[in-house]
Design a binder for this molecule. Structure first.
Ligand code: AMP
Length: 435
């Protein structure tokens, strides 16, 4: 008889560059989302969710074919039907596509939208750099007033401040079309006799997209970038006035910023204001927590009407990393009022019913029905911050009663099962008043 050979199955692991977000870390995610939702409410932004999958051309046309994101980092595939699709590497293009496709042009402008969602880039994994990472972002579409730029910057700055992070905005203007084409010539001239000192990527950039020479992180390229002629010295009058106004509003709102001529952002679609946000004291050394800019030409690139717009995206994993490094505490979720405990099989059945009834009546109730011992259950009740525990055992079932324990004082009383909800409400109300 042939014996079956046992083969040990290899364990399937997390895909490289991906990250599980475990329950303990969820507290940070919750804290960030709360600040994001609050800011959205205060500044009048509505939530939008666009799909994680879009036509590849959306990103080729907007982010730009020559950018690292599109040329090296996109998860692209062809469907069985022949569609060329990509997982979104960023969310602004999708939001603007939705703005055009759903006729938001006809709404009062600017249309203010925000999103929270995962993005995908086949980046080199390292601390603070993943292949699926989360961003929240705010986009104000349909207005080119510099006050909107300043407000959008203040939103990102204030969210980080409220989370306990001290940051600084590294800001620049990359000019409008008019000033940019003149500046490109000057920049090319500057780099012409320095070509041999540039990295391989920058050599290509010199012909394809010279502006991006300025944000190369390779040491020698960075040195040259810092000496290069600056865009701000070659702005058209309009672009200069716009930029000065943004800075004045930022002063007024007490947003800390620093003029940085090398901020051009990695994406092609930015015009005029461009910025990144970094932790204070870490300028230049650190990956940015987020960034944004004005993108007045983006809607047109997608076949829409000319529509000025400005927005930012912030990396949520990076914010959490910084919060942890700075030992910033986030509130524990401890919002239970009542724990239902049980002793014995019969009591457990009754306790399950009581738990369901309390839940339906919107009591903040919790349980641990699989535990048998009372001590274990009390420990859990304490950990979850329950104010009262209702205890049911054989005796209580026969008597039609429940034991109610005040978790703070330890005092226990017998109450009529039928009156348990009223009693709970009364006692919780009193506790809240006393608090
Ligand atoms: P970007 O869209 O490249 O301007 O990125 C905006 C922000 O998203 C960055 O400042 C980071 O905080 C975050 N981010 C970008 N790429 C990654 C990545 N691969 N992993 C984690 N966060 C990222």
């Amino acid at each position: 008889m042939a014996t079956k050979k046992k083969t040990k199955k290899t364990q399937i692991q997390l895909v490289k560059g991906m990250k599980d977000i475990l329950p303990d870390e969820q507290l940070y995610w919750q804290a960030i989302k709360e600040k994001v939702f609050k800011a959205a409410r205060d500044y009048g932004f509505s939530r939008i969710d666009t799909p994680a999958v879009e036509f590849t051309n959306l990103f080729k046309r907007t982010v730009g074919e020559d950018t690292d994101i599109v040329s090296k980092e996109m998860y692209s595939f062809v469907t069985p039907g022949g569609d060329k699709l990509s997982l979104r590497p960023e969310n602004t293009a999708g939001v603007v596509r939705a703005y055009i496709e759903h006729g938001m042009l006809n709404l009062p402008q600017p249309v203010k939208l925000f999103y929270v969602g995962p993005q995908f880039r086949h980046d080199k994994p390292q601390a603070g750099r993943y292949r699926q990472f989360w961003q929240f972002g705010f986009e104000a579409i349909g207005d080119d007033d510099p006050v909107i730029d300043a407000q959008v910057i203040a939103i990102s700055y204030n969210i980080l401040k409220e989370l306990g992070l001290e940051t600084e905005v590294q800001i620049n203007s990359v000019g409008d079309k008019e000033s940019r084409s003149a500046y490109m010539k000057i920049l090319k001239q500057y780099y012409q006799d320095k070509k041999k000192d540039l990295c391989v990527d920058c050599k290509k950039r010199l012909t394809k997209n010279p502006l991006r020479l300025l944000d190369c992180k390779v040491a020698k390229c960075r040195e040259l970038a810092l000496e290069a002629p600056q865009m701000v010295d070659h702005l058209s009058d309009d672009a200069k006035d716009h930029f000065m106004a943004v800075l004045e509003y930022l002063d007024e709102m007490e947003v800390k910023y620093n003029l940085d001529p090398t901020i051009v952002r990695g994406l092609d679609y930015y015009t005029r204001t461009a910025w990144e946000i970094v932790e204070l004291g870490n300028e230049g050394k650190l990956q940015a927590l987020g960034g944004g800019g004005r993108y007045d030409d983006l809607a047109e690139l997608l076949g829409g009407r000319p529509t000025p717009a400005v927005g930012f995206a912030m990396g949520m994993e990076r914010i959490i990393l910084k919060m942890q490094e700075n030992k910033i505490e986030v509130p524990k979720i401890k919002d239970y009022d009542v724990f239902v405990a049980q002793l014995g099989i019969e009591a457990r059945k009754k306790a399950m019913k009581l738990f369901e009834e309390l839940r339906e009546d919107d009591f903040r109730v919790t349980e641990s029905m699989s535990k048998k011992g009372l001590k274990d259950q009390m420990d859990i009740a304490n950990k979850r911050g329950a104010k009262y525990t209702l205890i049911m055992g054989q005796k209580e079932i026969s008597d039609g009663t429940v034991l109610i324990r005040d978790m703070e004082s330890g005092v226990q009383e017998i109450i009529d099962y039928k009156k348990v909800k009223n009693e709970l409400r009364k006692r919780l109300e009193k506790k809240n008043q006393d608090a």
